[in-house]
Design a protein around this ligand. Sequence first.
Ligand SMILES: *Cc1c(COP(=O)(O)O)cnc(C)c1O
Length: 225
Amino acid sequence: MSQTDVIANLATVKEEIAMAARTSGRAVDAVTLVAVSKIHDAGHIRPTLEAGHRVFGENRVQEAQGKWPGLKADFDGVELHLIGPLQTNKADDAVELFDVIESVDRLKLVNALARAMEKIGRRPACFIQVNTGEEDQKAGCLPDETDALVKAAREAGLDVIGLMCIPPFDEEPSLHFALLAEIARRNGLEQLSMGMSGDYETAVTFGATHVRVGTAIFGSRSDHV
Ligand SMILES: *Cc1c(COP(=O)(O)O)cnc(C)c1O
């Protein structure tokens, strides 16, 4: 996939988000596009930065460490989101590099992040990840456990701004988006990170404030490697 395609894809995704927002009576700027750049190298990401995009998502700390310090040095105002599972022994590295951590899903991680933030003197905003489909293999806390985890994270001093989910691959995503919105509402949380390449427009109509879109912008790995 060429650089021009990536720029065109970015524009298309932004238009679709704007259209979905308008259709559902929401402000266009109420939805932030997190461009998911995992598996793509810095050279493939750079054109979107040159085109003015600033919010990106990565799912692995180590991979992000390899490309983002350089890109952040070259472009002002980058906002980097961690969207993948985080091991407690990587908490320091995550707090150092990321501006938002979307995958907080257990008490042990809450405590590790609180310690890392204290030590490093940076306080990335956090989303609590909810396993809305209650899938065994998937990260995220269970819907039933979310209220307690939100409370514990707040008490530990984390800046909890919202909830994140990844619906089961083979289920109607809107049920999961609605559930996430409901759990957020009862916890007084305003931000909802939900929706990927296949369902971000639906997510916007269900109140997403952040959509995480990778393939629809950058293509799949085989397109350019
Ligand atoms: C990869 C990934 C995305 C983006 O998925 P696409 O289908 O490529 O848009 C979104 N969220 C998470 C947590 C991911 O790991």
